[in-house]
Design a protein around this ligand. Sequence first.
Ligand code: GLA
Length: 410
Amino acid sequence: MGNRWNRRSFLKGTGATALGMTVASLTPPALSAENDTPKPAALAPTPPMGWNSWYCFRRNVTQEDVRAAADVMVSSGMRDAGYNYVNIDGSWQGKRDANGVLQPNERFPDIKGLSDYIHARGLKFGMYSGPGPFTCGGDPASYGHEEQDAETFASWGVDFLKYDLCTFRKIMLHDAPNDPAKQFELMKQAYARMHRALLKTGRPIVYSLCQYGIDYVWEWGAEVGGNLWRTSHDIRPDYITMAEVGFSQAGLSKYAGPGRWNDPDMLQVGNGGMSPNGEMTQMSLWAILAAPLLASTDLTKMTEPTRRILMNREVIAVNQDPLGKQGDRVWQKGPVELWAKPLSGGDLAVGLFNRLTWNTPIRFELTDLGWTGPAKARDLWTHQEIGIIRDSHSAWVPSWGVVLLRLSKT
Ligand code: GLA
């Protein structure tokens, strides 16, 4: 654990003020050599993008739903905009056969055929399991079958595995009663065990840890092989929950980088619980956070406004910027917040967020951002140049809304 960041230095870094400070602290900590083979950043050089079945189909998801999602990802242009993972969440599992090999349930009669269908369309295929005996939905998970399941996944052509803690918590409590430190070690070992099993298959599989942000997972997620790790409880399709999850990511930027991403859960764009301003807020904040962009709406019913928000190429470019730096909060002044993300070529993405239920102007100084000299500014939602900013800038920001700018040197 020599390289593990200690909690005191993390807490000190939280809510960094001037962006100069934030930039300096964005270098990710080195991987620990202990128990692990460092993952090549090549597996997820930028935050993974795609679709996941959970928030639209929950426990009723079928093979046809997933196939239809893949079809729309191609026909709507989502794939070409960068959304390339098609991920089944929970509730695909059936029983294990006599040899212990995990079988899909009756709603997934042909997983390999589905995987081939997805791959034939230039997309990638993601699956879901967990370290406990059962998933959150009560289906068999990988406890005691890690290598066998990893081989099954590899044989199906799986490219992404979400590994959800769920019932492993019961194992932790059972095996190390009243010993939180030992429980923590057991959890880390369980995640590392599946990582080793995935490596052993020889197939590159992006590894997504889902344990809801318990025990500072951003400090050790990469050590156990994670390429992304959930940093929050489950999100919901309403502004209040989305904002609580999204804005609580302040201070985590230094733990992310190519191959290792903080994951504040999926996009709720298109799920009906937020106004377009709320949806643009989530898309902008997730872009600044370099968060995985996993749409989780029924794509077959996608409306034009949803399509426009999910596929705003200029916003996606902020998220997918090759520099691979997560942005962070610059300041919060009551209900308004300024966030920024360093981009390649010296550009900066700047988000002005209004958490009020009233429209309000938000004003910032270039010095707040550690920016010297004038800045050329472009509005990434209206797709318009807004001119040169010399010292400060003020914009009206709608209630529960955002203005997202890209600053460049003049
Ligand atoms: C947990 C996870 C969710 C989803 C469900 C499936 O709640 O956090 O993302 O995978 O399980 O049951």
